[in-house]
Design a protein around this ligand. Structure first.
Ligand SMILES: [Zn+2]
Length: 270
């Protein structure tokens, strides 16, 4: 599933090809995505793209009339390619640009989305209640600490809650907790302020590193296969059940926490 770093990498990959261009068409071949693609998305036609932004895992193609809101769901990818390129299976929609290229959404599982946020319309429900972006100053240890008091939810689930902070997906939650020496099962409400300092910093570090490494695949956005290259960050515990902990050699354990696969070192994480 595309996580925040992949979405940010996609944003950086497409922005130079889309910003400053005029949208000359929105061709929807399959409107039945996670939500039906609304007719109002045609409001973008004739508009200049002023910016490509990311909020949580949504990409916003900004125009003066409003923004096209895109989500990659479980299996989606966005690529810039020639409008003349043969349409492949699962290429559900094109945002056609005035230079003959288009932004093409491919999504085999169709959990992705394409919505319209009109400039004068109330903010879409899906943006309500979102916490701060993890890589901004609005997200810090103070926030993690204060909002967690009295909460019995596992700290891993807590940091994966969008209202607390957006975009901390399963892989990055596992890695950041390992780097911080915190047992993922521990109740969020009893983690100390000092340990949240470490955790907030490590969440930022692991996400920033993943984005940085994603940057090396940007050339693939215009590649022949039209697929963004999913990058591999060097993971310490995620997916490594039974392997030796890189710090102490103890076998990495795995269990389900909140229905998500969790990996940790029983010795280093307390
Ligand atoms: Zn260990």
């Amino acid at each position: 599933m595309p996580e925040l770093p992949e979405v940010e990498t996609t944003r950086r990959g497409i922005a130079p090809h889309v910003e400053g261009r005029t949208i000359v068409g929105v061709n929807v071949r399959q409107p039945q995505l996670r939500w039906r693609v609304p007719e109002t998305v045609q409001g973008a036609v004739g508009c200049l793209v002023t910016a490509v932004r990311r909020r949580a895992k949504y990409l916003l193609i900004d125009t003066n009339a409003g923004s096209i809101v895109l989500h990659l769901g479980m299996s989606g990818s966005l690529t810039v390619q020639s409008q003349n390129k043969v349409v492949e299976k699962h290429d559900h929609l094109d945002i056609v640009l005035d230079d003959g290229n288009c932004l093409r959404l491919n999504d085999p599982r169709r959990f992705g989305a394409c919505l319209w946020q009109g400039a004068d319309e109330p903010t879409l429900k899906l943006f309500e209640g979102l916490g701060p972006e993890p890589l901004t100053d609005a997200f810090d240890a103070k926030r993690l600490y204060e909002l967690s008091r009295g909460r019995t939810v596992a700290v891993k689930n807590y940091i994966m809650t969008n209202a607390i902070v957006v975009g901390v997906g399963n892989i990055y939650a596992n890695e950041a907790l390992f780097m911080s020496g915190i047992d993922p099962r521990k109740a969020a409400g009893i983690v100390s302020r000092q340990r949240y300092e470490l955790l907030a910093q490590n969440i930022k570090t692991v996400l920033a590193k993943a984005i940085e490494q994603g940057g090396t695949t940007l050339r693939d956005f215009l590649g022949a296969d039209g697929k963004p290259g999913y990058f591999r960050i060097q993971l310490k515990v995620y997916g490594k059940v039974g392997e030796s902990c890189p710090q102490c050699g103890t076998a990495i354990r795995s269990l389900n926490i909140g229905q998500r696969n969790s990996f940790f070192c029983p010795k280093c994480q307390r």
